[in-house]
Design a protein around this ligand. Structure first.
Ligand SMILES: Cc1cc2nc3c(=O)[nH]c(=O)nc-3n(C[C@H](O)[C@H](O)[C@H](O)COP(=O)(O)OP(=O)(O)OC[C@H]3O[C@@H](n4cnc5c(N)ncnc54)[C@H](O)[C@@H]3O)c2cc1C
Length: 396
């Protein structure tokens, strides 16, 4: 062993929203007083999914566990003072609680009804609307081809993702957590444990626990421990535009075409994901591209919202979904045979809202060896090996 090798109880690879949430919730526990080191390759976070996201949170999932995970996310976003206050200062998250609005044609109405029933069982404040009711609430929507919609009445909307990230990092620092700039490039195994991580500068840190919070690079980090993780970086574009005619306080609206939009201050943002069968290559490239706005997004927007017939594209950026190619759901918890390697990966477009519950959950696992508040075991790596996808019906 090199004489200079560092040692920590927990090394977290990646310090954006997931890494900083795990670190903060662990350090908040009275039953844990170990040393936590967060290794981050880009401390500007300019390339992290966290800062490039649409920063929204919803309760409208079809998997009860995903709903419960977001319910805790909403609690934290509405009450940052309970978790993130430092010296009396509380991050301002600017939560805009306008709801999500899922629109359905006849083909999609059945799914909306099924998910509605599940959501109501968990007391999600959500309402199904007929096309007439939809028009009465939102007179800017073209409803001719629609059979219904589902609207979240509270606990859904968007917030300042930068402020949430900085809030977690600030709280983590106040609790003594160390952020180490650097890139983890290798791991050393000792039988069925990860013994240490090696950084690009040649230093290494021995650890009792290693948490993979590397976002779209999670598969590369897992591979360092000899593990195959079916998480792939997929480019998603966000288009920022303004419209000459205001439609007022709109919800985050998901069109049956797959295009979504929401207000962003006085303007709007929009995006889309490729449909099944369409090209969606793995890439870490972050180049933006305006062409899909003209070809895909604007036509869909203008058809759904006639007031968007005229609009002005202000800006375009790209980020990465960290897509779990098995089922588009998070992979959380220990590797079945490398017990000190913990995953918090594959969020597939909803990791920001899931960070509070997943951070809290992994802190429980590290401190006690079990799940205390929410049983996250259905999200475990075992389902990957068994090839048993979770069937979440509400994927955006
Ligand atoms: C366009 C877009 C829209 C989205 N909209 C939403 C939304 O509305 N709501 C929502 O909940 N989610 C949304 N998401 C998803 C969400 O942004 C991600 O799921 C979430 O940010 C994942 O957080 P993370 O910390 O795991 O990953 P990241 O934010 O990518 O952070 C991973 C960090 O790990 C670091 N890292 C990687 N490898 C290494 C290494 N080897 N050594 C050291 N550091 C390393 C990286 O530098 C990075 O900072 C969206 C994503 C995109 C791209």
């Amino acid at each position: 062993m090199a004489a200079t090798e560092d040692r920590a109880d927990v090394v977290i690879v990646g310090g954006a929203i997931i890494g900083s949430a795990v670190a903060t919730f662990l350090a908040l526990r009275p039953d844990f007083d170990g040393r936590i080191v967060v290794v981050e390759r880009d401390t500007t976070f300019r390339t992290s999914s966290t800062t490039l996201s649409a920063a929204s949170i919803r309760l409208q999932f079809s998997t009860p566990l995903n709903i419960e995970i977001s319910q805790f996310g909403v609690e934290l976003i509405k009450h940052p003072e309970r978790f993130l206050a430092v010296g009396g200062e509380v991050p301002e998250l600017d939560f805009v609680e306008n709801g999500y609005l899922f629109l359905a044609t006849t083909a999609g109405l059945g799914t909306l009804q099924v998910t509605h029933a599940i959501q109501r069982q968990l007391d999600v404040p959500v309402v199904l609307l007929s096309p007439d009711e939809l028009r009465r609430r939102f007179d800017w929507i073209a409803t001719d081809d629609l059979a219904g919609a589902s609207l979240g009445l509270s606990g859904e909307g968007w917030f300042d993702a930068h402020a949430l990230l900085q809030g977690f990092r600030r709280r983590a620092r106040s609790l003594g957590i160390e952020e180490r700039p650097g890139e983890v490039v290798a791991m050393e195994r000792d039988g069925d444990r990860v013994r240490s991580v090696r950084l690009a500068d040649g230093s290494s840190i021995q650890a009792d626990w290693v948490v993979n919070a590397a976002g779209p690079r999670a598969d590369a980090v897992a591979a360092m421990a000899g593990v195959e993780l079916p998480v792939r970086p997929r480019k998603r574009l966000v288009f920022h535009f303004d419209a000459p005619v205001s439609i007022g306080a709109a919800p985050l609206t998901i069109d049956p075409s797959g295009t979504y939009f929401r207000p962003e201050g006085p303007s709007y943002i929009a995006g889309f994901s490729p449909r099944d069968g369409e090209a969606d290559p793995d890439t870490l490239d972050l180049a933006s591209d305006r062409a899909p706005f003209e070809a895909i997004v604007w036509p869909a927007l203008a058809q759904r919202v006639p007031a968007f017939d005229r609009l002005r594209l202000l800006d375009t950026w790209a980020g990465h979904y960290e897509v779990n190619t098995l089922d588009h759901n998070a992979i959380v918890g220990p590797h079945p045979r490398i017990a000190n390697l913990l995953f918090a990966n594959g969020f597939s477009g909803h990791g920001l809202q899931q960070a509070p519950a997943v951070g809290r959950g992994l802190a429980e696992w590290i401190a006690t060896g079990g799940w205390e508040t929410l049983d996250l075991s259905p999200l475990g790596y075992e389902r990957i090996e068994r090839n048993e996808p979770i069937r979440e019906l509400a994927i955006i």
